[in-house]
Design a protein around this ligand. Structure first.
Ligand code: PLP
Length: 449
């Protein structure tokens, strides 16, 4: 085959002739997509444009990641400069300034004490890194028998074996039968009794107390860590009850179990604060991130560990490598430069505060869909909302998927999971764009009925 050396612009112009057969697309109905391709050509601020010139308002910040809006010049410039200066440098037994600078900049917005940063390339890698860090911590303390990991039903921690095992999505687990051993799950936090709740659900202490039961079942001396998303995102925006996260913190602390927050979605201003830990006033021992760290521009994830976790592993290990873990691209120079530029943008433009300031407008707009056809629940917090639809008889997910296609054609990008629509716009969204988004969605829901 001849090498295709066309530029991105030339490819867009000739998109109709593209060979779609080779790219096995992730989390996609490949057969459907390839029969009805929707190709994005460019993006600026709050909008995507398709290869055939259709403009689409981004209601999902890409995949929950483009928090500062698309096509940000300072990030692009930082990437270009970094790539020209130092395209790659190992961070195994060597280093380069930008990785240390990125870690310092990230540590500055973490909850107090959570300022030791390990870099990864994605949210999935961050989840697995956090789990291994927890095991390494207990090992270094002479408690290697703590091997159990507790996740939660309807949790999503990416697709690698550790994250998949502690995660609680049937579709991810059942087809890949082999799982990490010794994992158990808490119940998810969404009860049918609470519908159309604005923000946090009322207190429901029993849910977190289930952890006490798991501790008694397995023995506290066998449990290494509990991992949860402060707000479950990918399974449909499940906002925790009042006091729930604090209760998990209290129980884990009582038994020497590490608490891990997966903040791949909630990090970087989604709730109007740098982290959900800060929003809820609960500090875990380990906090995972990805997505918004580079504004989605290049792949990068990170894990923030407490000094206690870091120092125990680093000082408690024999001479030599302390943590047998890392990726070729941990702290990659180009990604690190993108992170530094992104964190700079968040600070300079007050993007998290802007998001916090719009949270009430967002809540009102989201709940205005309450009387649309088939809407059976609406949940919201910060600049994220989940709109749950009644499933069609015998065709779970079909109604939301129809809404997805209709919305796209109407110029709005939404995300769907089962029959739940999730919205999480870039945090630079304006009040009028929020109204445009929910207005379009209301119309789509009426057509989808
Ligand atoms: N953890 C959470 C909470 C996520 O929402 C995601 C992705 O949506 C991941 C982990 C996985 O991240 P990635 O797709 O970058 O591997």
């Amino acid at each position: 085959a001849k090498l295709d050396i066309r530029t991105p612009e030339e490819l867009v112009a000739a998109a109709g002739d593209l060979d779609l057969s080779h790219f096995w697309m992730p989390f996609t109905n490949n057969r459907f997509f390839k029969a009805n391709p929707r190709l994005l050509a460019s993006a600026k601020d709050m909008h995507y444009e398709t290869t055939d010139g259709h403009k689409v308002l981004d209601g999902t910040a890409g995949l929950w990641c483009v928090n500062a809006g698309h096509g940000r010049a300072p990030v692009a410039a930082a990437i270009a400069a970094a790539a020209q200066t130092l395209d790659f440098a190992p961070t195994f037994q060597l280093g380069h300034p930008m990785a240390f600078k990125a870690a310092t900049a990230l540590a500055a917005i973490m909850p107090a004490g959570l300022d030791r940063i390990f870099f990864t390339d994605s949210g999935s890698e961050s989840a697995d890194t956090a789990l291994k860090m927890a095991l390494a911590y207990h090992h270094a303390r002479g408690e290697a028998q703590r091997f159990r990991l507790i996740g939660r039903q309807r949790g999503y921690h990416g697709t690698n074996f550790g994250g998949m095992s502690v995660g609680g999505i049937g579709g991810n687990r059942r087809r890949h039968v082999s799982q990490v051993w010794g994992v158990d799950h808490l119940a998810h936090t969404h009860g049918d009794a609470v519908r159309f709740q604005r923000g946090m659900q009322p207190s429901n202490g029993n849910l977190a107390d289930e952890l006490e039961e798991l501790v008694q079942l397995h023995g506290p001396e066998t449990i290494a860590a509990v991992i949860v998303e402060p707000v479950a995102g990918s399974t449909g925006v499940l906002v925790p009850p009042q006091g729930y996260l604090q209760r998990l913190r209290d129980i884990t602390r009582k038994y020497g179990i590490l608490l891990i927050f997966d903040e791949v979605i909630t990090g970087f201003g989604r709730l109007g604060t740098p982290t959900a830990a800060e929003y809820f006033g609960v500090t875990p021992d380990i906090l995972t991130m990805a997505k918004g760290l580079t504004n989605g521009s290049v792949p990068m994830g990170a894990v923030a560990a407490s000094r206690e976790v870091h120092d125990t592993v680093v000082n408690g290990s024999p001479a030599g490598i302390e943590f047998f873990h890392g990726y070729t691209y941990s702290g990659h120079p180009v990604a690190a430069a993108a992170a530094v530029a992104t964190l700079g943008l968040y600070a300079d433009e007050g993007i998290f505060a802007h998001a916090a300031g719009l949270a009430k407008v967002w809540e009102e707009a989201a709940h205005s869909l309450r009387d649309c056809p088939n809407v059976i629940d609406i949940r919201n917090i910060g600049l994220v909302a989940g709109i749950e639809l009644a499933a069609r008889d015998g065709a779970p997910g079909a109604r939301a998927m129809e809404a997805f296609h209709r919305a796209f054609d109407a110029g709005l990008l939404i995300r769907v999971t089962a029959d739940i629509i999730a919205l999480s716009p870039p945090l630079i969204v304006s009040e009028s764009q929020i109204h445009e988004m929910f207005g379009k969605l209301a119309e789509v829901l009426r057509q989808t009925a």
